[in-house]
Ligand binder design. Structure first.
Ligand code: IMP
Ligand code: MG
Length: 200
């Protein structure tokens, strides 16, 4: 289905799907590469610390498709008895597209103290959310905390955080949807990552 040009309307605000930045195949290839990079680093770390497990901490809801694909790829390269995942949810963006206060809505299922944690995010804009999660996991006693984000917005001069693993960089200050990412909870199911245009 061609989604370019589709109009979305929420609470009287209209946006148009402007174009595709990365299609499903491009995403699949990049996730595979990223998983290899992550597995190379963590393979060494897991050997070094035989009593510790790697826990991917996915930030709901946007990360779901990315987390699932990344885990499947990682399980091909890392010892499966040392790999886990858990999820956290906070509220940051509501129906708008600018940051607000952060609050934990769903906590981790299992204690993370002593574990090697990899935070998995859909997108980093200012980096406030990722910093918040990193501090939270350090506070919970995680042994090692790093960050992997599918996307990063390269428009900011400086981010609050330097992610350890990045899938794609956005060249312009675009608002993107698809592959988990939403505008007002719409478009999360798209297989591609697309940008939205304002309609005045
Ligand atoms: P940050 O705290 O400014 O880094 O914002 C990160 C969060 O904002 C992400 O986890 C997303 O939920 C949301 N976000 C930022 N930019 C976009 C976008 O272009 N599309 C969809 N969600 C976004
Ligand atoms: Mg998010």
């Amino acid at each position: 289905m061609n989604i370019i040009g589709e109009i979305l309307e929420v609470d009287g605000i209209k946006k148009r799907i402007g174009g595709i930045l990365w299609n499903g195949e491009e995403i699949r290839i990049r996730v595979k590469e990223l998983a290899r990079e992550i597995a190379d680093d963590y393979g060494v770390l897991l050997e070094q610390y035989p009593d510790k497990n790697l826990v991917l901490v996915g930030i709901l809801n946007g990360v779901v498709p990315f987390l699932a694909d990344l885990l499947k790829e990682l399980s091909k390269h890392l010892p499966i008895d040392r790999l886990r995942y858990d999820t956290l949810a906070i509220s940051s963006y509501g129906r708008g597209t600018s940051p607000t206060e952060l609050r934990v809505e769903k906590d981790l299922k299992n204690p993370i103290a002593g574990d090697i944690a990899l935070i998995v995010e859909d997108i980093i804009d200012t980096g406030y959310t990722a910093v918040y999660f990193k501090q939270l996991l350090v506070h919970k006693g995680a042994f090692d905390v790093r960050i992997c984000s599918l996307l990063i917005k390269a428009t900011q001069e400086e981010h609050e955080v330097d992610p350890d693993y990045i899938g794609f960089k956005l060249k312009r200050n675009l608002f993107v949807v698809g592959y988990g990412l939403d505008w007002a909870d719409l478009c999360r199911f798209l297989t591609s990552i697309a940008y939205l245009e304002d309609i005045d």
